[in-house]
Ligand binder design. Sequence first.
Ligand SMILES: Cc1cc2nc3c(=O)[nH]c(=O)nc-3n(C[C@H](O)[C@H](O)[C@H](O)COP(=O)(O)OP(=O)(O)OC[C@H]3O[C@@H](n4cnc5c(N)ncnc54)[C@H](O)[C@@H]3O)c2cc1C
Ligand SMILES: *[C@@H]1O[C@H](CO)[C@@H](O)[C@H](O)[C@H]1NC(C)=O
Ligand SMILES: *[C@@H]1O[C@H](CO)[C@@H](O)[C@H](O)[C@H]1NC(C)=O
Ligand SMILES: *[C@@H]1O[C@H](CO)[C@@H](O)[C@H](O)[C@H]1NC(C)=O
Ligand SMILES: *[C@@H]1O[C@H](CO)[C@@H](O)[C@H](O)[C@H]1NC(C)=O
Ligand SMILES: *[C@@H]1O[C@H](CO)[C@@H](O)[C@H](O)[C@H]1NC(C)=O
Ligand SMILES: *[C@@H]1O[C@H](CO)[C@@H](O)[C@H](O)[C@H]1NC(C)=O
Ligand SMILES: *[C@@H]1O[C@H](CO)[C@@H](O)[C@H](O)[C@H]1NC(C)=O
Ligand SMILES: *[C@@H]1O[C@H](CO)[C@@H](O)[C@H](O)[C@H]1NC(C)=O
Ligand SMILES: *[C@@H]1O[C@H](CO)[C@@H](O)[C@H](O)[C@H]1NC(C)=O
Ligand SMILES: *[C@@H]1O[C@H](CO)[C@@H](O)[C@H](O)[C@H]1NC(C)=O
Length: 607
Amino acid sequence: MILAHRSVFSLLSLLRVALAAVHFQSPSDLQGVEYDFIVIGSGVAGGVVATRLGENQDFKILVVEAGPSNDDVFGIQVPGLQPNISMTGTRIDWNYTTTPQTHVGGIVDTYGRAMVLGGCSSHNGMVYTRGSRDDYDRWASVTDDANLSWDKIFPFFFKSETWSGPNDPSLPEIGHYDPSLHGTHGNLNVSAPYHVHPLNDLMVKAIQELSQSSDEFPALLDMNGGRPIGMGWGQETVGGGFRSSSATAYLAHTGDNVHILLNTRVTRIVPSTDGHLSNDHPNASSLDIRSVEFTTSQTGPVYNLTAKKELVVSGGVINSPQILLNSGIGPKGELQALGIESLIDNPSVGKNFSDQSSLSVGVSTSLPADDFNTTAALAEWLESHTGRLADPPFLAPLGWVRFPATANPFKDGSQDPTAGPNSPHVELVFKNIASTPGQETSMGNATLIMTVININPVSRGSITLATSSPFDAPIIDPNGLAVPIDTAIILEGVRSVQRLFSAQTFSSSVFGLVTPKPDANGTLTDEAIVDYITHNMKPYLHGVASCSMAPHGADWGVVDPEFKVRGATGLRIVDASVLPFVPSGHTQAPIYAVAEWASEVIKSSWK
Ligand SMILES: Cc1cc2nc3c(=O)[nH]c(=O)nc-3n(C[C@H](O)[C@H](O)[C@H](O)COP(=O)(O)OP(=O)(O)OC[C@H]3O[C@@H](n4cnc5c(N)ncnc54)[C@H](O)[C@@H]3O)c2cc1C
Ligand SMILES: *[C@@H]1O[C@H](CO)[C@@H](O)[C@H](O)[C@H]1NC(C)=O
Ligand SMILES: *[C@@H]1O[C@H](CO)[C@@H](O)[C@H](O)[C@H]1NC(C)=O
Ligand SMILES: *[C@@H]1O[C@H](CO)[C@@H](O)[C@H](O)[C@H]1NC(C)=O
Ligand SMILES: *[C@@H]1O[C@H](CO)[C@@H](O)[C@H](O)[C@H]1NC(C)=O
Ligand SMILES: *[C@@H]1O[C@H](CO)[C@@H](O)[C@H](O)[C@H]1NC(C)=O
Ligand SMILES: *[C@@H]1O[C@H](CO)[C@@H](O)[C@H](O)[C@H]1NC(C)=O
Ligand SMILES: *[C@@H]1O[C@H](CO)[C@@H](O)[C@H](O)[C@H]1NC(C)=O
Ligand SMILES: *[C@@H]1O[C@H](CO)[C@@H](O)[C@H](O)[C@H]1NC(C)=O
Ligand SMILES: *[C@@H]1O[C@H](CO)[C@@H](O)[C@H](O)[C@H]1NC(C)=O
Ligand SMILES: *[C@@H]1O[C@H](CO)[C@@H](O)[C@H](O)[C@H]1NC(C)=O
């Protein structure tokens, strides 16, 4: 009996192996297969596109990923270990920094970007938010393509997602999300993880209290219904106590017609010389670009391969423009100045880079620290995939505030930068209550660390090349706070935090701001807050728009609504870089959905 069971299991595991994507650790391991599609980068978008294309068993797909497998780093799978694996400069990060930020006291920030199977979905904060319906409708309007509207993209959220239940069956889930807004048959595990902390119940009481006198903090059952305004519970790409990523939820479930080449960096894309024509039939005004050059190190041999059908660039908001620029696709003058031969003159590549701005503030509180015994928690996770490490490292509430049109930021006549009335201006994250030495206030209270984020920045930055070497980091300039309204919105967000904690409910547990520090009389002036913002603002790592989509025939932008690179055939970009504006939320959920849509576009053009 036991033996029979065993053989069934080993048969199943054999089947699993035969059905899984094939991994190669180095280009020299490739087996001379001719690929229909080559996908550059295995992040959120690359993982989705490769997996969906692979559903056609006739297609052979190669994914080229610069980093190692997600399975090589233990902490990736454990939600609560996110802080341990997401710092820059590790073996799974590109170690990027920004230029000195002119409007933020000249500070140089790190700019985290994962270099591992699954891309940033293997190390990000797992927050799952779709943004507002207005965001999608603005993309549709800016690109003149109704297919990007909220109503058209909405089914792709369902397609990509499986609601994955509570992280601990004894904890509340009813009332923490709206089941009608979530898919149950998709790839990605999404849930509303929760752990008990007194802040949770106080928050529920406080928003009841505040709603008597103001509409700034309405209760929000589910922030993924297209109008994310109010206080609710965070949702995360977590299921069964594990992080869910494009590597675990997509690439781990492909057929063996999907090959994954790890530890290999694409250095350039080049015109193809194989005589195969893509289905676009190149003409005098377009170049057929279906070949990639790649290598494992700066000094190693350079390999090349040509896709029979198409290349899909999914290197993310920093690396996709870098790959194009290194290949001669970009502003001709800028590239020639670096000695790069121009292939396609396009002044938009790397421009219009947009990222949200985040400000960390500290609030004095007598609530208990949200600490836990890491040794015991790790033992519990290893035993049963439950406990504090089965949950991401934040407090469960998450807030989204929309200021009224008459509020401070707009009093000077500044235009509202949001995409519409369903969009919040700021996000409020309740990160942690720290008892770490040095973080207590002088009164002996703990500090609630919060993040106030301006989610609809007007300022735009750029990604440019420092040299012609693909191994040199590009110049990353988010250019945060270049436009005054961006600062004014964070200032008003700090005032929102003060208004939230002015609730009577918090009178004996949460006190005033300690960072930025009030003056001797306990007052925080606008000037003091702005001074703090303009020295401490950080990019929120939700960058988009460096290879923006634009309407067919537009004189700006990098891709058209079919994700095709202007002036080229056989070449598309699918990732964060094509989104023209940041969504008013975090970026991964929109990218999963847009990549699902892009996959349909690509598949349908090869029917
Ligand atoms: C620390 C951090 C926390 C975040 N937290 C959240 C969060 O909580 N919620 C949320 O929604 N979003 C979050 N984000 C943002 C989100 O993860 C990204 O917006 C999203 O992953 C972008 O997807 P992408 O497909 O555009 O590219 P990425 O996910 O960045 O993937 C790009 C992939 O391409 C590979 N690549 C690049 N260049 C090359 C090359 N030349 N050759 C081969 N491979 C290459 C990279 O190694 C990488 O694997 C966070 C980001 C960071 C950095
Ligand atoms: C994670 O990082 C914390 C803080 O640095 C440390 O205490 C803990 O031991 C780390 N856990 C693991 C499993 O590496
Ligand atoms: C990361 O970059 C910094 C410079 O910004 C450099 O000092 C450091 O050595 C780099 N780390 C790695 C692992 O390459
Ligand atoms: C986008 O939508 C339009 C109709 O609004 C449709 O005609 C077109 O084919 C769609 N684009 C793609 C690539 O499917
Ligand atoms: C996670 O998602 C997969 C689908 O990819 C599903 O089969 C699995 O049951 C989900 N896990 C949980 C805990 O819901
Ligand atoms: C591609 O590689 C082959 C050897 O594998 C080489 O002969 C050829 O010149 C290379 N082509 C380009 C465009 O580099
Ligand atoms: C930046 O985007 C705007 C549209 O939002 C567009 O009008 C402008 O031309 C773009 N700039 C570049 C350099 O592409
Ligand atoms: C943490 O948990 C471990 C394992 O259960 C235990 O041995 C240790 O004493 C605990 N540490 C503290 C500070 O409670
Ligand atoms: C915490 O701060 C508040 C307000 O400043 C103060 O009233 C209270 O005594 C402090 N609590 C402790 C334990 O010091
Ligand atoms: C505090 O208030 C007093 C009395 O109103 C005033 O004289 C003093 O300048 C104030 N101090 C600060 C730092 O604003
Ligand atoms: C040539 O290709 C370009 C780029 O794909 C396209 O925009 C243009 O319409 C094509 N022209 C003809 C005559 O087919």
